[in-house]
Design a protein around this ligand. Structure first.
Ligand SMILES: Cc1cc2nc3c(=O)[nH]c(=O)nc-3n(C[C@H](O)[C@H](O)[C@H](O)COP(=O)(O)OP(=O)(O)OC[C@H]3O[C@@H](n4cnc5c(N)ncnc54)[C@H](O)[C@@H]3O)c2cc1C
Length: 416
């Protein structure tokens, strides 16, 4: 196939994956005048995964994308967050005064984040039921092209390819990044609805409880998100236990698990529609993989979980995916605005700048998230660990780290 010749049927930019990273990157590019095509293997936007915490860094990115107001107008800010240890002592208490007043933390339904972004995109931007199988690239001195082999046998040609295809990314594998590993932790999540109100008063709670880290957080007066994170040495064993076809059976298992948890938590789980329940093995990318490997090769790069799968203890996977999107939009936009055309070899240069900007941010978040989880869950050296956790980690490290990572500013998109 000729490259650089007949450009008919060649997309400017293809984004694989219509999750938070994929849609936000598409919108960032649209804001700077670049049209992208999203390929999503599912037949609709993902509705599962309940809700996520969005910290200040996510709000900065959402503002740059021009959609922050759509979510901040319907979700109230969290006023405070508590962490309580096994003996019922509050080991950490963070108020909204201590956090970023301008952009406070909010808990937001994942589906609403996706819809707020997708609504800004022209129709037909997202091609559903389109699964990428493999990638081929052709490059000469004048140009570059990626050929995307789809599961249905078709081939899509593009000048730029951005993999936002999640933890098990085909694009990340093509770049040579190693497969994410199981953290020996898994998570269960659900959405509780209390018609009379849950009484959480805009406060979130985390309880460290007999080898579990469990939490609740309000979305509004009636709905609240809850999660359970637990240790498990074998992914296969956990998968066998948790992957059940019938959500009602899973719900029964969860109710047995939480029988001795604090009443506030138990009540919410009891008021959960089994259809909102999800189980996820917590995966992360070994940080030195990101240190030494290529995060972009020519016209191909990755963003979101495809770049930095991390455990969720810092609540940063989605927030950082939004940062990635704006940084990509900033670099590709600056390049595009010079000639008003996508020049693959020029874009390849700015993708290197993107990779450079995101490398240490990704490494530090993966590491910090893993260490946060390690301290908070039972395991080896438990007594010593709990002592260090309550006297040093929660006193001096926990809130400072959260404040530090969430004050990150991904910048603005260039004005078109
Ligand atoms: C228990 C838990 C709690 C979390 N809590 C928070 C939180 O509070 N705050 C926060 O910011 N983050 C949180 N996260 C992390 C957050 O959910 C993820 O980081 C975020 O969803 C990543 O978005 P993404 O778009 O990169 O990936 P995904 O959401 O996984 O989207 C990837 C998309 O790509 C599609 N896809 C995959 N392969 C292909 C293919 N071959 N072809 C076409 N399409 C493909 C998938 O169908 C999917 O739609 C949490 C995660 C977990 C597990």
């Amino acid at each position: 196939m000729e490259i650089g010749g007949d450009q008919e049927g060649v997309e400017d930019v293809v984004i694989v994956g219509g999750g938070i990273a994929g849609l936000a990157t598409t919108l960032a590019l649209r804001r700077v005048g670049v049209q992208a095509l999203v390929l999503e293997r599912s037949d609709q936007l993902r509705a599962s995964g309940g809700a996520i915490l969005l910290f200040s860094n996510a709000w900065v990115a959402l503002e740059a994308l021009g959609v922050a107001h759509k979510l901040s107008s319907i979700y109230p800010p969290l006023q405070s967050g508590y962490v309580t240890n096994e003996s019922g002592e509050v080991v950490s208490h963070r108020t909204s005064q201590e956090s970023n007043m301008k952009r406070p933390v909010r808990i937001v339904k994942r589906k609403d984040v996706l819809e707020a972004i997708a609504d800004e995109l022209p129709t037909n931007t997202i091609r559903f039921s389109s699964k990428l199988s493999s990638i081929e690239t052709r490059t000469n001195e004048a140009s570059s092209l990626a050929l995307l082999h789809m599961e249905d046998g078709s081939i899509i040609k593009t000048k730029v390819l951005i993999g936002c295809d999640g933890v098990h990314s085909v694009v990340a594998s093509w770049l040579g990044l190693s497969k994410p590993v199981y953290s020996s932790r898994s998570a269960l999540r659900g959405l509780g609805v209390m018609p009379q109100g849950h009484g959480l008063n805009n406060e979130s709670h985390i309880f460290l409880q007999d080898g579990y880290r469990v939490g609740v957080g309000p979305l509004n007066d009636r709905e609240a998100h809850w999660f359970i994170i637990y240790n498990c040495t074998s992914l296969e064993e956990d998968e066998e236990n948790m992957i059940v076809m019938d959500p009602k059976i899973l719900m029964k298992k969860v109710l047995q698990m939480v029988a001795n948890f604090p009443p506030l938590f138990l009540q919410l789980v009891q008021h959960t529609d089994p259809a909102t329940l999800t189980w996820a093995p917590l995966m992360f990318r070994i940080p030195w993989d990101l240190m030494f490997r290529n995060l972009s090769i020519g016209i191909v790069t990755v963003a979101g979980d495809a770049l930095h799968p991390m455990t969720p203890e810092l609540g940063q996977g989605g927030c950082t995916s939004l940062e990635d999107a704006v940084v990509l939009g900033r670099h590709i936009g600056t390049c595009f605005l010079k000639d008003k055309i996508i020049q693959p070899l020029e874009v390849a240069k700015v993708l290197k700048l993107y990779a450079k900007e995101r490398r240490f941010r990704s490494i530090s978040l993966i590491l910090a998230s893993y260490v946060f989880g390690w301290f908070q869950l039972e395991g080896s050296f438990q007594r010593l660990k709990s002592y260090v956790r309550d006297t040093i980690f929660f006193k001096y490290v926990y809130q400072r780290t959260i404040a530090h990572v969430t004050k990150y500013d991904c910048g603005k998109l260039p004005v078109v």
